[in-house]
Design a binder for this molecule. Structure first.
Ligand SMILES: Nc1ncnc2c1ncn2[C@@H]1O[C@H](COP(=O)(O)OP(=O)(O)OP(=O)(O)O)[C@@H](O)[C@H]1O
Ligand SMILES: [Mg+2]
Length: 389
């Protein structure tokens, strides 16, 4: 691991941030979610970016007689934040543990910053992991908790103090330097755990559901903190979550995982707009899922699955071109908007409406502006209704 002893002040020089910004620009320019590119390696990146990040190839693991990870490929570019998103039990933690070196894969290669790490133990890998439960030592002060990995490496005391203080400042916890973990809040404990990983100046930061113990408001705050620090340092990061909001709001790219495989790997916008499978479409964002057919804005009978985003269903109290008669069945107030359930063409459609909501039983007109058609779980077409439909 590259660990210059003078590098935590701040841990990475400002030029990293600049390099990061340049990389991000390039990434958006060159990484459309083309069909071929975004499954295996997440799209085109320059050789330098690929070499500097994480490359996982052909990773498999059988546990308890079941294939838990099934020939998984994943590339994270240098400086990128990627979320591994999927339902409970799909193999996210298992994947992360193999990358970190806590679990030996049955097959596959893992390279971090251009170095093959498969044969190295966790402590020798240029990666640091933040665990879901923080794993802080209650009897040690915040300072000592963060200093621990550096002490293990027998760094001189003065260097340890400098690096720990710099990283505590980075996560805004210097004032709690001498507090014990039990005396600080959940969000602060989470930042101590993050600091303990960052102080190691890893080439790769791994986070397993780092926010799951926090309440809803704090989750949003801490995830923004993590993203901000990650971008400031330009540190390659892989974060595990089953929370789509979290993944969508902080990731450069998201790898959507299902049953031990990556089902689609792309930018948040692409995944939402062009999900390749029904699983991805339902996992990312909300979806009206209707069995039948869809043609020119009209739902009919059939054996396909029609997926319609709530924001693609519009409601009008008066007749308009392309709108068909609909009845309001149910309203769920959501603060600044309402979820409105509409009955149209024999289907129940959820729609988001701002302003004054209609009442249950109201009659009006609804228009479907866009639908995705899935057959055998795969997207076969995404259709936009013409203006007069
Ligand atoms: N040592 C083990 N022996 C047998 N099965 C295991 C073992 N470890 C994990 N599994 C199984 O592997 C599957 C994937 O587990 P994993 O912890 O990776 O899921 P996950 O995606 O992280 O889920 P969650 O979101 O609930 O944390 C689960 O079905 C789990 O029961
Ligand atoms: Mg897990």
């Amino acid at each position: 691991m590259s660990m210059p002893s003078d590098a935590v002040s701040p841990p990475r020089p400002l030029s990293h941030g600049r390099a990061m910004a340049e990389r991000s620009t390039e990434a958006t320019d060159v990484a459309p979610a083309s069909d071929v590119a975004d499954v295996a390696d997440g799209g085109a990146g320059s050789a330098a970016q690929e070499a500097g990040g994480l490359q996982v190839r052909g990773l498999s693991k059988v546990l308890g007689g079941r294939t838990i990870i099934d020939n998984l490929d994943l590339s994270v570019r240098e400086g990128e934040l990627v979320s591994l998103l999927g339902p409970s039990g799909c193999g996210k933690t298992t994947t992360l543990r193999m990358i970190a070196g806590f679990l030996a894969p049955d097959t596959g290669t893992i390279a971090v910053a251009g170095q093959d790490v498969a044969h190295l133990g966790a402590e020798k890998r240029p990666s640091a992991m933040v665990f879901q439960n923080y794993a802080l030592w209650p009897h040690m002060t915040v300072f000592k908790n963060v200093a621990f990995p550096l002490k293990l490496r027998k760094l001189p005391k003065v260097d340890i103090a400098r690096r720990v203080d710099a990283v505590l400042e980075l996560v805004n916890l210097l004032h709690h330097r001498d507090s014990r973990p039990g005396r600080i809040s959940g969000g602060e404990q989470q930042r101590v755990a993050l600091a303990r990983a960052l102080v190691q100046e890893p080439d790769l930061l791994l986070l397993d559901e780092p926010l799951s113990n926090l309440d809803a408001k704090l989750r949003v705050k801490v995830r923004e903190d993590i993203r901000e620090i990650q971008q400031r340092l330009g540190i390659t990061t892989l974060i595990v979550t089953h929370d789509q909001d979290e993944a969508l709001s902080i990731s450069d790219r998201i790898a959507v995982m299902n049953a031990g495989r990556i089902e689609q790997y792309s930018t948040p916008g692409e995944l939402y707009a062009r999900p390749r499978t029904e699983f991805v479409a339902t996992f990312i964002g909300s979806l009206n899922r209707i069995e039948g057919s869809y043609r020119d804005g009209v739902l009919g009978s059939g054996s396909d699955v029609v997926g319609i985003r709530p924001e693609d269903v519009a409601f009008s109290a008066t007749a308009l071109p392309g709108y068909r008669p609909a009845t309001v069945e149910r309203i769920v107030p959501r603060g600044h908007f309402s979820e409105v359930y509409l009955r149209r063409d024999d289907a129940l459609l959820r729609s988001y409406l701002g302003g004054v909501a209609p009442a249950p039983g109201d009659r009006g007109y609804a228009r479907i502006s866009k639908a995705m058609i899935f057959r055998n779980g795969l997207l076969v077409s995404g259709t936009e209704a013409t203006a007069d439909q």
